[in-house]
Design a protein around this ligand. Structure first.
Ligand SMILES: Nc1ncnc2c1ncn2[C@@H]1O[C@H](COP(=O)(O)OP(=O)(O)OP(=O)(O)O)[C@@H](O)[C@H]1O
Length: 923
C-alpha cells in the first residue's frame, strides 16, 4: 500500500503537476527534453499520451511492466502506452462500449511500434483459454505478414507503413480477445515499380530473395541477388543495416502457417511476388514498324508459368492494346513507352490487389469463431501512414497528407472543440481558447464539386485532352483564391522561386508541402488495359482469379477514381471512429537521423506546434483535469462519506455535493455542471483517490459481506449464477442445494449470470489493496497459477484450496463451465452469524422494490440450502422455498435488477410482513 502511494507521489502526480505548471512552449519543451534525456519518453497532457521515439529498446516493454499497469488507473503510474491500453480496456469491460486508440504523428515517429506494443499488451494481459490462444497468436502474427507486404524502407523510416491500417480487436463478455478485423487503406503501389534514391521496394521481395530456400527460388526462377532485379535497385540500397531480411523471412513464413494459409496459397502468393520481379526485368525494343516487342523471352516464360497464363496471350497483352470499336475488337500495337507503361501498370495492379487479398485472407483467419456473439465489444487500433514531406511529393503524398488532415480534424472535433463545447453545455464558465481548426484544409481537398479531388476527377473523366497541366490550370481557376493553396503563378515574388511550373503547394496543418502535379491524372485513373485484365482473370493462379473477376470485364461503368475511393474509405473510417470512445497517442520524432537520445529542438518544436500540443495543454490547464458523470463519481467514491455510504437514494448530483463537502473540496477546486462534476487540479483527484485507496484498505480488513460495497449487485448475481447452475455452497462444503430445480436458466440468462459472476470476481480483484499484489511471490508452474492467485489476493490459501478440492469432487465433469471457472477464486462472502439459525450459505444486501408504488427498501437477501429469505435488520420478512420458485428474470440493462418469480398460490406470510408479492424485484 505504502509502496503504491509513494510511487504515485513520486511519478504519477509529478507528471501532471510538471505539465500543469508549464504554459509556455519553451517550458514545455524543456520538460520534454529533460524527460527524454532521462529516458522518460512518455508524457501526459490530460489523458492524451505524448510519446517521443527513443530509437532504442528501453526496459519499459517487459511483461512485468505490462502486469504493473494492468488494472491500475492510468494516472497512478508513470505515463505509458500500457496505461492508455489498459484504461481503454477497463472502461470497455466496465461499460460494455467500443473504443479506439488513435496513434498519430509523422512518418518515423513510432506509430507502428506503439500499436504493436499495445497489441502485445492485450495479448499478455487479457484472459485467455487454450482455444483463444490461437486467436491471440493470429492477431500478433498478422503484423509481420502485413508489414512484409505493406512496409518499406523510406528515407524517413526503415520500416515505414506504406498502407493505412485500422484493426479491431474483438473481445467477448469476459474481456478475452476472440477475434479481429483489419481494414486497410490505399497501399502505395507506385513503390512496386519505382523507388526514390535511398528507399526500397516492399520488404517481402528482399525477404524472399534473402531467406527463401534454394528449391523455392529455383521453382520461382529467381536468383538470390536483389541487384538482378530492376524493381529492386532503383533506390540503390537493397541491403539495409537495420533490417534482417533473412530473419524476417523466417517469422513471416512461420506466421503463414499460424494464420491458416495453405501450402497452395503460399505457392500462389510467392508465384505472384516472383512474377512482379520478372515483370520488372522485361525489356522492350522497337521492331521495324516502331512497335514494341519483348527483347528476351526468358522472363515472360517464368511469368506465364507462375501465373498460369498462356504465354502468347500474355506476350500479346504486354505489347498490344485491345480497342473496342462498335461491336468489333481491334488489337492496336503499343510503342515502347506504352509497353513499359503497360508492364508497370500490370505489376502495380497485381501487387495492389494481392495485398487486398492478403488482408481479406487474414481477416478470415481472425474472424471470431469461438466467442459469444452477444456482448462483443471492440478496441480499434489505428496506425496509418504519417504526414510526409519528400523532396518530390506526388499523388501518394497528397493522399497520405490528406488522410492526416482528416485524422487531425477528428482529434480536434473530439478533444479541443468537444471539451470547450462541453463546458458550455454543462453551464461552466469558460474563456474560449483559440486553436487552429484544419477543417478549412479538409474542405479544400474534399469538398464536393469545389475541392481538389473533385477537380482532379473532373479532369480524369472529361472527354478531350486532359493533362496534368490542364488539371493544374483548373486548380488555379477554381481554388486559386484559397488561403492554403499556392502555385507559381499565384505566389508572391518571394515564394515563386521555390515552386515549379508543374507544382502546387498546400499549406497543411503540419506545414507546407509542394506537390508535383505530374502523374496525378494517371495515378488517379489507375487504368489497366482490358486485355491485360483478361489474362489475369483467366489465370490458373487462384489468387489472381480471386483478385481479377470476370464480372469486372462485363462492367462497362468506369470504376471510381483512386482519390474518390480513398476519400470515401476515409469518410467511413471517421464514422467508425466517431461511434467509439477515443484514446489518443501523439508520437513525436526526435531527430531526422534515427539516433537514440538526440533531441532536436527545432524539429520537436515544429511538431509540438502543428500537433496542437500547446493548445491541448492550455485547454487542460485552464479547464479541468477530470470530469465524470455524477452517478459514476458517486459510485466510485461514495464510501468516503457516511451520508452516501452504502447507498444514496437521492439524485446523484446532490449525493456528490454531500460527498465533496464531507471530503473538504475547496470551491476553486471543482465546478458542478448540469450532469457532471469537473475537478480542476489533478492533485485534488489524487487526494481523493488516495483517500479511497485507504478506505478500501480498511474495508477489506473488515468482515467482508457486511461492509464491502453493499451495492455490489454482483454478489446477488453470483448467488443466482450458482442457483442457475443448480448448486450452492455452505460454509466451505458444497451441497447440491438446488439440484431439484427443474428448469435451468435459458442460455441468455446463463451467459448473463456468468458474466455477472466474472465481473464480480474482477471487481473483487480490483478492490483489493495494492500491497497484496506482491511481485515477490515465486513464479509457480502454470498448473499452480491458480494457487498463486489466492496467495496474491490475500485470501486464505489452504481454505480456498480445500474448497476447490471439494468443488472438484462435486462438479468436475458434471457442471457445465466448471473447468473454465477453475482459475477464479471463490468468494469469501458468507455470513457466519446467520449460518446457524438459517443454515445460510449466502448473504447479500439488496434493495427490494414493492409491487405497490415500487418503493425502495434496504434488505438483506439470505440464500440457504432450501430457501431464500428477505431480512430486515434481524427480522425475517419473507421466505420462499426453491422448490416453489417459478423463475428468475434479470434486466438486460446494467441496473442490476432481478425479479424472482413466485407462484400466485404460494404466497407466504412470514414474520410481520403481510404483503407478500407475487414477484420480488431486487436490486
Ligand atoms: N518505442 C520504441 N522503442 C524503440 N524504438 C522505437 C520505438 N518507436 C519507434 N522506434 C524506432 O523508430 C522506427 C520507426 O517507428 P515506426 O515504424 O513505428 O514509425 P511510424 O510512425 O509508424 O512511421 P510511418 O508513418 O512511416 O509508418 C522503428 O522502426 C524503431 O526503430
Amino acid at each position: 500500500m505504502e509502496g503504491a502511494l509513494i510511487a504515485r507521489d513520486k511519478v504519477g502526480v509529478q507528471d501532471f503537476v510538471l505539465l500543469d505548471s508549464h504554459t509556455s512552449e519553451a517550458a514545455f519543451l524543456n520538460n520534454l527534453r529533460k524527460r527524454y534525456q532521462e529516458n522518460l519518453i512518455y508524457t501526459y497532457i490530460g489523458s492524451l499520451l505524448v510519446s517521443v521515439n527513443p530509437y532504442q529498446e528501453l526496459d519499459i516493454y517487459t511483461v512485468t511492466q505490462m502486469q504493473l499497469y494492468r488494472g491500475v488507473n492510468f494516472f497512478e503510474l508513470p505515463p505509458h502506452l500500457y496505461a492508455i491500453a489498459d484504461n481503454a480496456y477497463r472502461v470497455m469491460c466496465n461499460e460494455y462500449n467500443n473504443h479506439f486508440i488513435l496513434i498519430s504523428g509523422e512518418s518515423g515517429a513510432g506509430k507502428t511500434e506503439a500499436s504493436k506494443k499495445i497489441l502485445q499488451y492485450y495479448a499478455v494481459t487479457c484472459p485467455t483459454t487454450e482455444q483463444l490462444q490461437t486467436v491471440r497468436d493470429r492477431l500478433l502474427l498478422s503484423n509481420p505478414v502485413l508489414e512484409a507486404f505493406g512496409n518499406a524502407k523510406t528515407l524517413r523510416n526503415d520500416n515505414s507503413s506504406r498502407f493505412g491500417k485500422y484493426m479491431d480487436i474483438q473481445f467477448d463478455f469476459k474481456g478475452a480477445p476472440v477475434g479481429g478485423h483489419i481494414l486497410s487503406y490505399l497501399i502505395e503501389k507506385s513503390r512496386v515499380v519505382h523507388q526514390n534514391h535511398g528507399e526500397r521496394n516492399f520488404h517481402i521481395f528482399y525477404q524472399l530473395l534473402e531467406g527463401g530456400d534454394k528449391d523455392l527460388l529455383c521453382w520461382l526462377g529467381l536468383e538470390r541477388n536483389p541487384q538482378k532485379y530492376t524493381y529492386l535497385i532503383q533506390g540503390r540500397c537493397a541491403k539495409v543495416f537495420s533490417i534482417n531480411d533473412k530473419n524476417d523471412w523466417k517469422i513471416v513464413r512461420k506466421a503463414f502457417s499460424i494464420i491458416d494459409f495453405t501450402e497452395k496459397d503460399i505457392e500462389h502468393l510467392f508465384g505472384i511476388v516472383a512474377s512482379v520481379l520478372h515483370l520488372g526485368n522485361i525489356q522492350f525494343e522497337e521492331d521495324s514498324n516502331g512497335h514494341a516487342i519483348i527483347r528476351d523471352g526468358t522472363q515472360i516464360k517464368w511469368i506465364s508459368k507462375l501465373l498460369g497464363a498462356h504465354l502468347s496471350i500474355l506476350q500479346e497483352a504486354l505489347t498490344h492494346r485491345k480497342i473496342e470499336a462498335r461491336s468489333e475488337e481491334v488489337l492496336s500495337p503499343l510503342n515502347v513507352d506504352l509497353a513499359f507503361y503497360a508492364r508497370d501498370a500490370v505489376a502495380k495492379a497485381i501487387y495492389g490487389r494481392t495485398f487486398t487479398w492478403l488482408v481479406n485472407k487474414i481477416n478470415g483467419s481472425l474472424a471470431n469463431k469461438v466467442g459469444f456473439l452477444s456482448g462483443k465489444t471492440v478496441i480499434g487500433l489505428l496506425d496509418i501512414y504519417g504526414f510526409e514531406v519528400l523532396d518530390t511529393n506526388s499523388f501518394e503524398q497528397f493522399c497520405i497528407n490528406y488522410c492526416n488532415e482528416k485524422l487531425q480534424q477528428l482529434l480536434i472535433e473530439m478533444t479541443l472543440k468537444a471539451e470547450q463545447e462541453e463546458y458550455e453545455l454543462e453551464g461552466i464558465e469558460w474563456e474560449p481558447i483559440p486553436y487552429f481548426n484544419n477543417k478549412i484544409i479538409c474542405d479544400l481537398v474534399e469538398q464536393k464539386h469545389k475541392g481538389i479531388i473533385s477537380i482532379l476527377d473532373e479532369e480524369c473523366l472529361r472527354p478531350g485532352e486532359a493533362t496534368d497541366l490542364s488539371f493544374l490550370e483548373k486548380l488555379e481557376e477554381k481554388v486559386g483564391d484559397h488561403a492554403h493553396f499556392v502555385t507559381r503563378k499565384l505566389a508572391d515574388q518571394k515564394t515563386r522561386k521555390s515552386i515549379d511550373w508543374v507544382d502546387f503547394r498546400l499549406l497543411h496543418y503540419a506545414g507546407e508541402v509542394t506537390y508535383c502535379a505530374v502523374g496525378f491524372l494517371e495515378k488517379n485513373n489507375d487504368l489497366l488495359y482490358r486485355n491485360l485484365k483478361e489474362v489475369l482473370c483467366n489465370s490458373k493462379n487462384s489468387i489472381m482469379r480471386d483478385c481479377f473477376l470476370l464480372s469486372e470485364l462485363d462492367n462497362r461503368r468506369r470504376p471510381e477514381t483512386v482519390a474518390t475511393q480513398f476519400k470515401n474509405s476515409l469518410t467511413s473510417l471517421i464514422e467508425i471512429l466517431m461511434s467509439k470512445e477515443p484514446s489518443y497517442i501523439r508520437c513525436i520524432k526526435p531527430n531526422e537521423n534515427k539516433e537514440p537520445g538526440k533531441f532536436d529542438d527545432f524539429l520537436i518544436r515544429h511538431q509540438v506546434k502543428y500537433l496542437g500540443l500547446m493548445e491541448h495543454l492550455r485547454v487542460r490547464r485552464a479547464g479541468f483535469a477530470y470530469r465524470r458523470k455524477y452517478e459514476l463519481f458517486l459510485q466510485r467514491y461514495k464510501s468516503l462519506c457516511p451520508a452516501t455510504w452504502p447507498h444514496w437514494h437521492g439524485p446523484a448530483a446532490e449525493g456528490v455535493e454531500r460527498l465533496i463537502k464531507h471530503i473538504g473540496y475547496k470551491p476553486e477546486e471543482y465546478k458542478l455542471g448540469r450532469t457532471k462534476i469537473f475537478i480542476r487540479f489533478p492533485k485534488t483527484l489524487f487526494a481523493t483517490e488516495d483517500a479511497f485507496e485507504y478506505r478500501k484498505h480498511l474495508l477489506s480488513k473488515a468482515p467482508v459481506p457486511l461492509v464491502w460495497d453493499r451495492g455490489a449487485w454482483g454478489s446477488l448475481f453470483l448467488a443466482l449464477a450458482w442457483m442457475g447452475l443448480e448448486a450452492t455452497w455452505d460454509g466451505g462444503r458444497f451441497i447440491n442445494g438446488f439440484i431439484n430445480r427443474k428448469k435451468p436458466l435459458c442460455p441468455e440468462n446463463r451467459d448473463f449470470v456468468r458474466l455477472s459472476q466474472y465481473y464480480y470476481l474482477m471487481k473483487l480483484r480490483d478492490h483489493l489493496p495494492k500491497n497484496v499484489l506482491d511481485e515477490s511471490w515465486l513464479q509457480p508452474p502454470s498448473i499452480l497459477e491458480e494457487v498463486r492467485e489466492f496467495q496474491c489476493k490475500g485470501l486464505s490459501f489452504s481454505h480456498q484450496l480445500q474448497q476447490k478440492v471439494v468443488t472438484s469432487a462435486v462438479f468436475s465433469g458434471k457442471k457445465e463451465g466448471y473447468l473454465e471457472s477453475l482459475g477464479q477464486p471463490f468468494l469469501e462472502t458468507r455470513l457466519s452469524e446467520f449460518s446457524k439459525p438459517l443454515e445460510a450459505s449466502y448473504v447479500t444486501p439488496v434493495i427490494k422494490y414493492d409491487r405497490n408504488g415500487f418503493k425502495a427498501r434496504e434488505r438483506l437477501l439470505v440464500l440457504t440450502q432450501s430457501s431464500a429469505y428477505v431480512v430486515e435488520m434481524a427480522k425475517i420478512k419473507q421466505k420462499i422455498e426453491y422448490s416453489t420458485l417459478k423463475g428468475i428474470s434479470t434486466s438486460n440493462l446494467s441496473d442490476g435488477i432481478v425479479v424472482i418469480h413466485v407462484p400466485e398460490d404460494n404466497k407466504q406470510k412470514v414474520g410481520n410482513w403481510d404483503t407478500a408479492p407475487v414477484s420480488w424485484c431486487l436490486k
